[in-house]
Write a protein that binds this ligand. Sequence first.
Ligand code: DAH
Length: 341
Amino acid sequence: MFDKVKDILAEIQSANPGTAEEIEQFRIKYLGSKNILKPLMGEIRNIPNEQKKEYGQLVNQTKQTAEKKLADLQAAQSNAAAASEAQNLDLTASGEPIALGSRHPISITMDRIIDIFSRIGFTVAEDREIEDDWHNFSAMNTPEDHPARDMQDTFYLKDSTSMLLRTHTSSVQARVMTHKKPPIRIIAPGRVYRNETISARAHCQFHQVEGLYVDENVSFADLKQTLLYFAQEMYGPNTKIRLRPSYFPFTEPSAEMDVSCFICDAKGCNVCKYTGWVEVLGCGMVDPKVLENCGIDSQKYTGFAFGMGIERQAMLRYRINDIRLLFENDVRFLKQFTSAL
Ligand code: DAH
């Protein structure tokens, strides 16, 4: 019996099936459900006890040799098939066109703003959209009875009076100032939420970019110069800025910045309502109380901050007259920005 198995082993080792048909015959003969090794295994009962182990091992080894050979043959065959397919490829055929996507006008505008500020040393700080009351309001010196806290403006999380969807990116100021020591120079882009009735001019979600600079001796003049640089990079080198006194709880003094209308070159159009000026952002010197709330010594440090809405900038630049278009993702609308800068 030993010799018979050994003959089969040798036969397997020297077999050289080439075609798919021959390989299949090989498989059926040595590994199929009625393969020739099966009855040989059955013969084990007629083998003397002291040789049973050796005999079993020999049959197993034969079977494994067949399995390995089959796997090798099949692999070689599929390689050959792939190679011949490759030979049939027409390398001169024109490729399938790849549909080019386009960036969303909000992303384009946001990236532009980030790029402008990163050139003067501002780094991007991103933080959570689900905030607590403290970072969104209290730390930012917004008193308990401030109307912005009203349930009508703020989306609170279900069954919560303290967790909310941030209403402005100013919350990131508090996040950064409680973790980092001055000098701090960041911009914080991101999505914000307010419980507004959706219309052509307002949405319950939109985007803002916040800016914050805290260090020793930061002055209002620094704020003005930084914003002038921004305005001229963003809207053109001849852009003028104008700061109007305003009020925000987190800055003192506070201002709103207008830029000379970049649509009509300040000659007067319906975008600037024939005033020659367009309002673009809120800003001011960080209120010392905000610094103290966040653990920064307001005797030693001062800072400025600003915040602007992105949708407004994108709508002005691209003359989009309905904010809802920015959230509907209608490709007919988005396609128009394929080459926009
Ligand atoms: N958080 C303000 C808003 O949502 C915008 C703002 C105004 C941010 C003045 C500031 C600032 O940092 O100094 O309307």
